[in-house]
Ligand binder design. Structure first.
Ligand SMILES: Nc1ncnc2c1ncn2[C@@H]1O[C@H](COP(=O)(O)OP(=O)(O)OP(=O)(O)O)[C@@H](O)[C@H]1O
Length: 261
């Protein structure tokens, strides 16, 4: 199980300062300041091409900022930012449900790539099955004996699959969970379930970045929102500062004029 080498405190889990990212002639991010605090769910909104993916890929370590940009984890500047470094510090991405192995049982999916091992390095199947059962009950709210860790993932609903992915991230000591359009292609009920799982991240005292095109999904579960427009931060809002209607109004305004007010 990966443990963050830097101790968690009240300083932001992740902080990007003055981050610009260019790909040849394309400037995907421009002087972006971005902060996620402990226990905070932060929404990322913006039109197609606004820079949302580039921003989260930078947080995930896939991209390094152009010179001048800085990345801090719990207040400490990290110079050698990379996927391995970000993951080692507890930044986990929940990919869309297709990242799970449909034909494998739930317990295997929970521990895929980070299997629990016993003596002599042998797989501890018994412990993985019992841990999966506990997590399903405690984190995913499965009380029915019909849902068993041996069930294959293909039999679960889309929302439940997202639950497996989120629970897996939390189990592996994620400090920050990145959710990239977790409700895409899900039905209404499955979406509701997925949003409940997002709430579990906060209950567990962890943080998340939530990207979704649908403001009706994002607004209810987040504490703060960043609006990106053409690579720039066009607005940052605490949820208690802005109603959903006001936010929609401002998003229309950004789309029309490129400015938040
Ligand atoms: N690897 C890359 N090489 C060149 N240009 C890129 C690369 N990645 C992103 N871009 C460009 O940067 C801009 C921002 O893209 P990005 O994918 O971050 O936007 P987005 O807000 O996630 O969009 P969407 O909602 O459509 O996924 C776009 O113009 C895109 O074409």
């Amino acid at each position: 199980m990966s443990q963050p080498a830097i101790s968690a405190g009240s300083s932001p889990v992740i902080e990007l300062k003055n981050v610009t990212k260019t790909f040849g002639e394309v400037r995907s991010l421009s002087d972006v300041d971005f902060v996620v605090r402990p226990g905070e769910i932060v929404g990322l909104l913006g039109d197609n091409g606004a820079g949302k993916s580039t921003l989260v890929k930078t947080v995930m370590g896939f991209h390094r900022p152009d010179p001048g940009g800085e990345i801090y984890f719990h207040g400490e500047r990290i110079h050698d930012w990379s996927v391995a470094r970000a993951r080692g510090l507890g930044i986990e991405t929940v990919y869309q449900e297709r990242a799970l192995c449909e034909k494998q049982p739930i317990w295997r999916n929970m521990f895929m790539g980070r299997e629990l091992r016993g003596k002599f390095g042998l797989l501890d199947v018994k412990r993985m099955r019992s841990e999966a059962a506990r997590l399903m009950k405690e984190h995913m709210g499965f009380t029915s004996s019909a849902v068993h860790p041996d069930n294959v993932v293909a039999t679960m609903s889309g929302g439940e699959k997202q639950g497996v992915a989120i629970t897996r991230a939390l189990y592996f000591e994620a400090q920050l969970v990145i959710l990239d359009e977790p409700t895409m292609g899900l039905s209404l009920t499955e979406t509701k379930k997925t949003l409940e799982f997002v709430g579990n991240i906060k209950k567990a005292g962890k943080s998340a970045i939530f990207i979704d095109h649908n403001i009706f999904h994002v607004y209810p579960v987040v504490d703060r929102l960043y609006v990106l427009d053409r690579g720039k931060v066009a607005g940052v809002y605490s949820k208690d500062e802005i109603t959903m209607d006001e936010l929609i109004e401002r998003l229309y305004h950004v789309a029309r004029s490129g400015k938040m007010e």
